[in-house]
Design a protein around this ligand. Structure first.
Ligand code: GLU
Length: 430
């Protein structure tokens, strides 16, 4: 049974790179029926913050990676001290101004990385290593090795940026007489323009993606493809299916490119595939937060809206932006839209439309459409010439679902009210 670990330092939020490392460890553990250990590397008391620990734990849970065990390095200083003393006792380490330092043995080290293959290092290039700093705190590499050994980690999966730490850590394993685990260094994640992932190219915190309206399923699906491929051109995949098929053998050596566009596409695919009711469950809290809904609302009506918009949603927040016109009392029509859609005086046409719609008993999509089309035919005008201004008058937005569907969703009362408002405010006669 394999034991894998994710070992974040809580000196910042969980970012895309960290989330990908956590995911690959999770998939590896799950694919082997193993355990997923979470180790918070909070030895740097000044830079480690409780708020980052909370954010990391919340984000991991949100992504669906429930750990089997969790450890905090800040609670284990005595353990590191014990192993440092052992090395001092054996003459493998020495003290200097309160720090404990490992003597670097001269040897060649061969690492058989599960992704990158064999890599040779010569320790002659390495200096003696600090294990315990003069303030009593362990260095990253020392705490990492002691813990990976004591926590019986079989496979260390981490980003390629750690590859230079690996030979130093292998020397520590050997000095302590510990079994050396397997290593797998994941390829770097780059921005679409080739450089390292930056804030601008998507290096935001997982919690920010959540706020932007991404689904955890979509983010996880996207992250799994950053370095791994399930083959057969498959892209849309859920975590459980990926775990069944995951193998480190199929992880690429070449850098992965993070594309926001691709992630957005992925999110749209996952949203399309969701059941209306499940989507409602996610949207209701967001709608409440925006003040669009209160405790009692018509679920059926909300489901109609979800169905009307689902196919075009890229993020959950799109739904809030696009349906605001239904919930709000006042509509804001920007000057741009005013100039574009209301430059021609359509007050007579709007007035007639208002009367026809006002006569409808059942304010359904089909009834609205019939009334609208009859009117434009009688007036001998192109449907489009009236559709677009009416849409803007009703929604404040030039794009959205079909106009008649929009009318039915908005309801008779608000539709008539907005037509009147347009007549009164858009075409003021002097
Ligand atoms: N705390 C280290 C980091 O966040 C962990 C590195 C490792 O996985 O060994 O980068």
């Amino acid at each position: 049974m394999t034991r894998d670990r994710f070992a974040p330092s809580p000196t910042g939020n969980l970012h895309i790179g960290g989330a990908r490392t956590a995911l690959f460890n999770w998939m590896h553990a799950q694919s082997q029926g193993g355990r997923f250990v979470l180790r918070i590397e909070d030895t740097d008391c000044e830079r480690s913050k409780k708020e980052f620990v909370d954010e990391i734990l919340t984000s991991l849970k949100w992504l669906g990676f429930q750990w089997d065990e969790v450890y905090f390095q800040s609670e284990r200083f005595a353990v590191y001290r014990e192993y440092a003393d052992k090395l001092l006792g054996q003459g493998k380490a020495y003290k200097d101004q309160g720090a404990v330092i490992l003597k670097m043995p001269q040897q060649k080290i061969r690492l058989n990385d599960l992704i990158r293959g064999a890599i040779e290092f010569d320790t002659a290039e390495l200096k003696d290593q600090v294990l315990i700093k003069s303030d009593g705190s362990p260095t990253y590499s020392f705490a990492c090795v002691v813990d990976d050994a004591l926590m019986e980690i079989d496979c260390v999966i981490r980003g390629e940026d750690h590859i230079s730490n690996t030979p130093k850590q292998m020397v520590i394993y050997e000095a302590l007489g510990f079994r050396i685990p397997q290593f797998a260094h994941l390829p770097l994640i780059m921005g679409t323009e080739g450089g390292r992932l930056s804030k601008r190219t998507g290096a935001a915190a997982v919690s920010e993606y959540r706020q932007m309206g991404f689904l955890p399923e979509a983010l996880v699906n996207y992250l799994m493809l950053l370095g791994w491929s399930p083959g057969k051109n498959r892209e849309i995949m859920d975590l459980a299916a990926a775990c069944k098929e995951f193998s480190l053998k199929k992880v690429n050596k070449t850098a992965a490119i993070f594309s926001m566009e691709k992630l957005r596409w992925m999110n749209a695919q996952h949203l399309k595939g969701m059941k209306t009711q499940a989507l409602r469950g996610l949207l209701v809290p967001l709608l409440k937060e925006r003040g669009f809904l209160d405790g009692n609302f018509d679920e059926n009506r909300l489901d109609e809206m979800i169905e009307a918009f689902k196919g075009r949603l890229v993020t959950l927040t799109d739904f809030l932006d696009w349906t605001g016109f239904i919930f709000k009392d006042e509509l804001l029509i920007t000057l741009d839209l005013k100039e574009k859609f209301f430059s021609k005086d359509l007050s007579m046409e709007f007035q007639l439309l208002r009367e026809r719609l006002g006569r409808l008993e059942d304010f359904t999509k089909a009834a609205c459409e019939e009334a609208f089309r009859n009117l434009t035919a009688e007036l001998n005008m192109k449907t489009a010439d009236l559709v677009h201004p009416v849409r803007v008058a009703l929604t404040g937005n030039p794009v959205g679902p079909g106009l008649f569907e929009t009318m039915a969703i908005l309801g008779k009362e608000k539709t008539l009210k907005r037509l009147s408002e347009a007549i009164e405010t858009q075409w003021i006669k002097d």
